[in-house]
Design a protein around this ligand. Structure first.
Ligand SMILES: Cc1cc2nc3c(=O)[nH]c(=O)nc-3n(C[C@H](O)[C@H](O)[C@H](O)COP(=O)(O)O)c2cc1C
Length: 363
């Protein structure tokens, strides 16, 4: 199993959904960064289950405890270990999946890989694993804020076929995103998304969606060509989030419909040096940041565990009908917003610290 991310800023995550706790160790964080549990808690609260009628009913406060690496609200430069206790477990809900692998979940594949699995809850395939990503990301964000005021904001841009109009990526804030339960800053669209998810939840079905993300004030020069290009690192990080099915950066797939004369980002001279007039590149060229906003989209599938009857077979190959009971998200995107932000922060902070080791440095 690979539970590590990063080269200089290294996150190791641990914990199963129905074990005693989930958490992580973040090593490589510079000393003297201002960090409190409240910084981490703010993002965990946006991720936690049971936060609204649109999420799973599992009730977890997800209170974080930092156990090492921080003293008097300042990082020590030593490994920062943190954990969140699991409380609201109902292993009985998972008993049916002992013999029947859930279609499109990870029961069959974990069993195929390890010959065993955590049957009491989703184990490492449960979204509880993402707590370490969000907590580690919140710490990474402290490094980025202190270094160059990097701002990372993610929001929901689509649920099923309901798509929000483009929003102003230069201005969008987390406060605006959090104005409604679905975390879509376009209020009229948000209302439609909310109603759609509620009606599917009543029918015990689920739906997918898209999370957009913008990273502002990222300095030019970050990224490690050729295999560690910034967009490649972001794609790897985002596609490691459970339930992701797609990643698009800058103009993405729509760029294939444009001509070079439309798509090129012409340079302009400004007081702060060269900038670009347009930003179809999404802030990255040659795998290296160019100082413009990095923006990308992450596609999430509908959660696999649904109450609607599904024709399938059990582990022995015997035909059966599965109607999953238990508490599950009808749509993951409102909770995925802080996870996407956290993964972006971890990747960019790692690249920033890596750049400090390069000859040209950042100054
Ligand atoms: C925030 C979040 C919440 C999730 N909640 C559920 C859930 O309640 N039920 C479910 O079946 N899958 C849920 N998932 C997705 C599963 O964790 C994921 O589908 C599973 O691990 C299989 O991995 P894959 O979809 O990446 O192939 C959630 C994912 C995220 C990011």
């Amino acid at each position: 199993m690979s539970s590590h991310l990063g080269k200089v800023l290294r996150l190791t995550s641990f914990g199963e959904s129905h074990g005693k706790s989930v958490g992580g160790v973040l090593d490589g964080c510079p000393a003297n960064v201002f960090l409190t549990e409240a910084h981490i808690q703010a993002q965990l609260n946006r991720r936690r289950p049971g936060q609204s009628s649109l999420t799973t009913d599992r009730q977890e406060a997800d209170t974080v405890t930092i156990v090492s690496g921080v003293e008097e609200d300042r990082t020590l430069g030593t490994p920062i270990a943190f954990y969140v206790a699991n409380h609201d477990q109902v292993p009985g809900d998972y008993e049916r999946f002992r013999t029947i692998p859930r279609p499109s979940h990870a029961d069959f594949t974990y069993q195929a890989k390890y010959g065993t699995r955590s049957v009491s809850g989703g184990g490492r395939a449960s979204a509880r694993e993402t707590i370490a990503r969000v907590a580690g990301g919140a710490i990474a964000e402290r490094i980025l804020v202190e270094h160059s005021g990097v701002e990372i904001v993610a929001w929901v841009s689509a649920v099923g076929n309901i798509q929000a109009p483009d929003i102003d990526m230069l201005q969008i804030s987390r406060d605006e995103v959090d104005q409604n339960l679905i975390r879509c800053p376009h209020l009229a669209t948000a209302e439609k998304m909310i109603q759609h998810i509620k009606s599917l939840k009543e029918k015990r079905d689920s739906i997918g969606g898209i999370v957009n993300c913008v990273c502002r004030q990222v300095p030019a020069g970050l990224g490690e060509p050729v295999f560690g290009k910034m967009e490649a690192a972001l794609a790897q990080a985002m596609l490691s989030i459970p339930a992701t099915k797609g990643f698009e950066i800058g103009s993405g797939f729509s760029g294939t419909r444009m001509q070079g004369s439309e798509h090129n980002d012409p340079f302009i001279a400004t007081e702060k040096g060269l900038r670009t007039k347009t930003n179809f590149s999404g802030g990255i060229q040659g795998g290296i940041t160019n100082g413009e906003q990095i923006y990308f989209r992450v596609a999430f599938k509908p959660p696999a565990t649904i109450g609607i009857a599904q024709q399938t077979v059990d582990f022995e190959g015997v035909e059966t009908i599965l109607e999953a009971s238990g508490r599950h998200d009808p749509c993951v995107v409102p909770r995925a917003v802080p996870i996407v932000e956290g993964m972006a922060a971890l990747v960019i902070a790692d690249m920033l610290l890596l750049q400090k080791t390069r000859k040209q440095g950042l100054s």
